[in-house]
Ligand binder design. Structure first.
Ligand code: COA
Length: 321
């Protein structure tokens, strides 16, 4: 049986951190409000020369270095983003060209904040069916470009960044390292709760993010608890078996509420929302890379990735590191 094993991870953040206090100089908000409602303390915002592809390329290079894999060995790039450099071609093809590994498969997936889970599930399926041997799975965003900086209910919540992992198809006999199971869902009935009010085939513009935060919050807790239970049940594991949960970093209150529903202790949840805010598709791999590099997540740990985003889309993936 072939398994998709994580060989290494990397991440990238643009520029210096922008604190809540700095944001409050140009937006009608306060550090106290943002921290109390979201747990966010700072975020990184893309500078003039930063793009989704430049952040993704840096994260990919760091992941390749951590994995000890040469870019030439990569034959699949799946990049999750809602903020591509251009409407087309796919940002993944730009990363491929920057890395100098042209010729393999490269494409983007659009599932907003669940994008990394969708990309991971897609890459894992392709590796297990033999379409490719070594993949880069990337989540990268420059959400600051689609924020309405006049809308304080949304602009304080998001940040920019990228995270990447290298996956390799390995013979799974003798150990259970690699992706064990991934569960993905979508429910297109809730477009009006979280969307961008523009696009190539409608307005011909890029548009700005619109969100009804409290409604999204309620759906997030229900959907995440449900997919986490489904993923555990399908793999035959219990919440007690999990060493670490690496959740989408939207709001610390969503993380707390989901953990409580599953009976997971707070010490097992990797939290970076205070440092990065919500970086959409980048948030799960950014949080994962943070915990890999500071030594919390180690080889053979059982890790649950989970995310929920616009669409709605949501998913979870159980992985033995
Ligand atoms: N600074 C100060 N005050 C703000 C503010 C800001 N940045 N944004 C909103 N407010 C005010 C509102 O105007 C409102 O004031 P009012 O009561 O006088 O009308 C008050 O704060 C409460 O607003 P509300 O929207 O009810 O707050 P909330 O406790 O629901 O928190 C969110 C708002 C957005 C933080 C919260 O709903 C949330 O995190 N939702 C999930 C969003 C999310 O994670 N989305 C991504 C999923 S991928």
């Amino acid at each position: 049986m072939i398994r998709s094993v994580i060989l290494g991870s990397g991440s990238a953040l643009p520029g210096a951190a922008v604190t809540n206090a700095q944001l409050a100089e140009r937006v009608d908000t306060s550090d106290a409000w943002i921290v109390e409602r979201t747990g966010i303390r700072q975020r990184h915002l893309a500078g003039e020369n930063d793009t989704t592809s430049s952040l993704a390329t840096t994260a990919a290079q760091r992941a390749l270095a951590a994995a000890g894999v040469d870019a030439a060995a990569i034959d699949l790039i799946v990049l999750a983003t809602a903020t591509p450099d251009q409407t087309f071609p796919a940002t993944a093809t730009m990363v491929q060209n920057n890395l100098g590994c042209n010729g393999g498969i490269a494409f983007d997936v659009a599932a907003v904040c669940s994008g990394f889970l969708y990309a991971l599930g897609t890459a894992d399926s392709m590796l297990r069916t033999g379409m490719a041997r070594r993949a880069l799975v990337i989540g990268a965003e420059t959400f600051s470009r689609i924020l309405d900086w006049e809308d304080r209910t949304t602009c304080v919540l998001f940040g920019d960044g990228a995270g990447a992992i290298v996956l390799e198809a390995q013979d799974g006999a003798g150990n259970d390292r690699g992706v064990i199971t991934t569960k993905l869902h979508a429910d297109g009935a809730h477009n009006e709760l979280l969307y961008v009010d523009g696009g190539p085939s409608t307005t011909g513009t890029v548009g700005k993010l619109r969100m009804r935060g409290p409604e999204v919050f309620r759906h997030a807790v229900v959907n995440l608890a449900s997919v986490l239970k489904e993923t555990l049940a399908s793999s035959g594991h219990t919440a007690d078996d999990i060493d670490w949960v690496v959740p989408h970093q939207a709001n610390s209150r969503i993380l707390d509420a989901t953990a409580r529903k599953l009976g997971l202790p707070a010490e097992k949840i990797i939290v970076t929302v205070d440092q990065h805010a919500n970086t959409s598709a980048a948030s799960v791999p950014l949080a994962f890379d943070t915990a890999m590099r500071d030594g919390r997540i180690k080889q053979s740990d059982l890790v649950m990735f989970e995310a929920m985003g616009g669409g709605f889309t949501w998913g979870a993936s159980l992985v033995r590191i």
